[in-house]
Design a protein around this ligand. Structure first.
Ligand SMILES: [Zn+2]
Ligand SMILES: [Zn+2]
Length: 121
């Protein structure tokens, strides 16, 4: 038998993190199943929203099929950066995913050294 209830929760502070909030709430409800959480506390700070977004992206990427022709960070093929240079690609030794070096915000690893992506580390 269904009955309505209220879960107390923290509130979103910006105008664009509703997706983050909804996903975190759904996650906590599922994690408590078959019980219902009494309250849901999501820290609404900019830093925490950014942190959660990165974790969601990481989870989705880890569950995704690697596609040779797409960058695993931005999902784009070859793009030009701000200086109109073609992007440089690097491939993870373990998962074989490809990444734009520019999207990783790292220095290009030396060619002779195997490089391992953040998802595999
Ligand atoms: Zn990219
Ligand atoms: Zn990898």
């Amino acid at each position: 038998m269904w009955k309505p209830g209220t879960i107390h929760h923290s509130f979103q502070e910006d105008a664009f993190s509703c997706g983050v909030f909804v996903m975190q709430m759904a996650k906590q409800v599922v994690e408590h199943f078959p019980n219902i959480p009494e309250s849901i506390n999501i820290i609404p700070s900019k830093e925490e929203m950014c942190h959660i977004r990165k974790n969601v992206a990481k989870t989705i990427l880890q569950a995704s099929v690697s596609r040779d022709e797409y960058c695993s960070v931005c999902g784009q093929k070859d793009t030009k950066d701000q200086t109109e240079e073609l992007c440089t690609w690097v491939q993870c030794e373990l998962c074989q995913r490809w990444f734009h070096v520019q999207c990783l915000e790292i220095n290009l690893p030396p060619k002779e050294e195997p490089w391992i992506c953040g998802l595999c580390l």
